[in-house]
Design a protein around this ligand. Structure first.
Ligand SMILES: Nc1nc2c(ncn2[C@@H]2O[C@H](COP(=O)(O)OP(=O)(O)OP(=O)(O)O)[C@@H](O)[C@H]2O)c(=O)[nH]1
Ligand SMILES: [Mg+2]
Length: 137
């Protein structure tokens, strides 16, 4: 059993894709263990994307992820981290296969609909960043 932090990013929320994303995970057999709509603060965004600090697109990344509400969720199941990453598709939607979320709904690397933790350490850190004091079912 693994838990992973998924965000439907502001572009996904604007495109009314929260239900589509949740439905794909549930259909696969993964569980939604926590879920909320929220606006990410600048500090929380910088912490979430700390690994990218110093890269040329960092400020753009923080600006985008704070540009509107996100749907934050904890997704649980066997090998949930890898399963979710596979369903999201490649970072650059132009490389994401059709049938993946990014391959079906995005065209631009800066606006690629979803985030999913990339490993057990980042999942634990990110879940703590978003659901610190909250119940995870
Ligand atoms: N503009 C721009 N954005 C980038 C670039 N590389 C990555 N990003 C953005 O930064 C986010 C985080 O990058 P990564 O962690 O390497 O990619 P990822 O793990 O597939 O995506 P996340 O699940 O969002 O973390 C990506 O989802 C992109 O939106 C880039 O070269 N240019
Ligand atoms: Mg990442």
């Amino acid at each position: 059993m693994q838990q992973t932090l998924v965000l439907v990013k502001p572009d996904g929320v604007r495109k009314n894709l929260i239900g589509e994303v949740v439905s794909r995970f549930e259909g696969r057999g993964l569980k939604i263990s926590a879920l909320k709509l929220m606006k990410i603060s600048e500090a929380q965004a910088k912490s979430h994307y700390a690994e990218h600090e110093g890269k040329p697109f960092f400020s753009e990344l923080v600006e985008f992820i704070t540009s509107g509400p996100v749907a934050a969720m904890v997704v649980s199941g066997e090998n949930a981290i890898k399963a979710v990453r596979g369903m999201m598709g490649a970072t650059n939607p132009l490389d994401a296969v059709p049938g993946s979320i990014r391959g079906d709904y995005a065209l631009s690397i800066g606006e690629n609909i979803v985030h999913g933790s990339d490993g057990e350490d980042s999942a634990a850190r990110e879940i703590n960043n978003f659901f610190k004091a909250e119940k995870i079912f």
